[in-house]
Design a binder for this molecule. Structure first.
Ligand SMILES: NC(=O)c1ccc[n+]([C@@H]2O[C@H](COP(=O)([O-])OP(=O)(O)OC[C@H]3O[C@@H](n4cnc5c(N)ncnc54)[C@H](OP(=O)(O)O)[C@@H]3O)[C@@H](O)[C@H]2O)c1
Length: 253
């Protein structure tokens, strides 16, 4: 991100799922831009490893929290406010998939994927909206997926959950616009993280994927970072209710 400044110095951001992958990359760049950042994940070890890697001292705060559990979400936001005093933006980055067809899925699998993706994003966006409404400003960016736009094998429930997140984005954009709060989503195609390793580490699937991407490669976490920071910045003050596809052009063909 060398040379790109987003004007986020001293602002406070919460990145859910910031202990690895895309969330960690977003947290790293927010810190590099001079912001203060809270991250969450379910596992304390993941948060400790991220804190060690980011080496940001008091500008970083980690909270072990499950975003689909209301009490955890309350604690996550309360701690963020207690430590940093305000909240300028939230990145709803947590996501997970269970690789299964919908017809073959057990109802418990359906519930787990909807819970961790859609219900958890609702709980965090709801809390963020309440806090930001009282501040009279704020930005909410949720990480969706190309899977919300195209049915993909073994990603069906996940795609339904992400499509729900995109509609939630539009609904909240409308509800929160009178309070100067912008709500948007970023929808990446395949990104090289542990989450999607099952797909990109398979040479046949990887070759097939790359053929469908005009820019000729899958994304790295860094490719998702600048679009997200842009939507968190004052440069995006007149953009709300939008989904920015970050997919190397895959959805354009
Ligand atoms: N990678 C891709 O190809 C791709 C493509 C399109 C969209 N996305 C989306 O991008 C986002 C980030 O994906 P990623 O690839 O970076 O995933 P990842 O590497 O699996 O990281 C997921 C992060 O979320 C945390 N997490 C998972 N479930 C949680 C829960 N219920 N409550 C709190 N924290 C939780 C994990 O920490 P713990 O395990 O400690 O909880 C970890 O920090 C997701 O929304 C994903 O759907 C990814």
């Amino acid at each position: 991100m060398a040379g790109i400044r987003f004007g986020l110095e001293d602002q406070v951001f919460l990145v859910t799922g910031g202990s690895r992958g895309i969330g960690l990359a977003i947290a790293r760049e927010l810190l590099a831009q001079g912001a203060r950042v809270a991250i969450c994940g379910r596992k304390a070890e993941g948060l400790q490893a991220a804190a060690g890697e980011l080496a940001a001292g008091k500008r970083l705060h980690g909270v072990a929290a499950h975003i689909a559990q209301e009490a955890d979400v309350e604690r996550l936001f309360a701690e963020t406010l207690a430590v940093f005093g305000r909240l300028d933006g939230v990145v709803n980055n947590v996501g997970m998939n269970i690789a299964t067809g919908v017809v073959d899925a057990e109802p418990g699998m359906w519930r787990k994927v909807i819970d961790s993706n859609l219900n958890g994003t609702f709980l965090c966006a709801r809390k963020a909206g309440q806090i930001m409404r009282s501040q009279g400003r704020g930005k909410i960016v949720s990480i969706s997926s190309l899977a919300a736009h195209r049915a993909a094998p073994a990603m069906g429930i996940y795609g339904v959950a992400k499509a729900g997140i995109e509609m939630l984005t539009r609904v909240l954009a409308q509800e929160l616009a009178p309070f100067n709060i912008q709500v948007n989503a970023v929808a990446p195609g395949m990104v090289r993280t542990a989450f999607s390793q099952l797909f990109w580490s398979n040479p046949e699937i990887h070759a097939h994927l790359v053929k469908s991407i005009p820019l000729g490669r899958i994304a790295e976490p860094a490719d998702v970072v600048a679009p997200t920071l842009y939507l968190l910045s004052a440069g995006a003050d007149y953009i709300t209710g939008q989904v920015l596809l970050v997919d190397g052009g895959a959805s354009a063909v």
